[in-house]
Design a protein around this ligand. Sequence first.
Ligand code: APR
Ligand code: PHB
Length: 389
Amino acid sequence: MRVPVAIIGGGPSGLLLAQILHLAGIESIVLERRSRDHVLGRIRAGVLESGTQQILRQAGIGTRMDAQGLVHDGFAISHSGTINRIDLRNLTERTVLVYGQTEVTKDLYHARDSSGGIVLHGVEDVALHDLTGDTPFVTFCHDGEAQRIECDFVIGCDGFHGPSRQSIPADHRREFEQVYPFGWLGILSETTPASDELIYAAHDDGFALCSLRSHKLSRYYIQCRTDERVEDWSDARFWDTLRMRLPASVADRMETGPSIEKSIAPLRSHVCETMRYGRLFLAGDAAHIVPPTGAKGLNLAAADIHYLSEGLIAWYGQNDPSGLRTYAERALARVWKVERFSWWMTSLLHRFPDRPVFEQRMQRAELDYLAGSVAAQMALAENYVGLPY
Ligand code: APR
Ligand code: PHB
């Protein structure tokens, strides 16, 4: 089988690229290891920058997002019993949209189905070949049969654990990583959200976050140890810990109820330099991971796909290789800035087990500074709503 573009991974990155290429008349195939139900069962962050919204609209999947997404003009940061609002609209003249990644992925699958695009689920043993030649190919197993796809380009959208990044020889890539000494325990519950806007709470016992998916569906997180097990967290224990970390005014009026999902996620920052090897291009989590503080994962993936799709469309449409040649450089320039922001927000809001007392005081001083300085709030806000492309 031969297809112009072979995309490994059917998460948001791979599906979005397939959709944008389809609109430009470029055919692709998406190879996904898991079932569609599994992909749609993953719950991830739900804050879309305006640039991401624009990319999704241009890709023809903005209708449900615009109808159901909640426009947020600001969010709050609480610490030491105080709450400070970051007024995104006033500070930046922009807002963010709360619309879950699961919903974005659903919309992308819908679009693939409507246009007859191929997404092969349950593929095994994906391997990438001849990446530095003009006709790379991908081999894999599907329904018990060995398959081979020849293509012009291989796109690695297969997340942190996928085979694409590993296909770049070690002496052609450099990886940078920071693993944080804590995780996030998250729950979803059919309760009225504690607040209309997100609350990021720094507390001496650890971070907490109040988020939401709709007016009736709440998403909450608390910082936990990396060695903890979900089974040890009853709903009652979760609610008690969450309430304790929030300002009393929020905790006291909080509606609690049974969780409908509960999971622990580790926190990591990771960047792979480079994002291109011959005819292989990496995008999304395959190339970089950010900790969830600030909700940048999906937004960063969308930015990669924006640059990469421009490059591929120019290649096929005008025979112009410049966009593909500069892809890694353009994408990485943005990646590092967003990595910095996500790392900074994580450092600002979490309790680090072994942080020296001096640094603890620095953290408190920075929170105080942020609460009282429009300049500091502006720097936070312009990153939160999304840096320009
Ligand atoms: N073969 C085929 N597919 C694979 C393989 C493999 N060997 N390994 C992994 N995959 C698939 C995964 O099953 C997953 O569906 O690649 C997909 C990668 O999807 P994501 O992890 O969602 O990554 P990405 O599409 O880049 O999306 C980025 O998702 O992970 C969040 O925080 C991240 O929000 C960001 C966004
Ligand atoms: C979420 O709603 O899941 C969410 C929101 C904001 C974050 C992280 C996660 O920073």
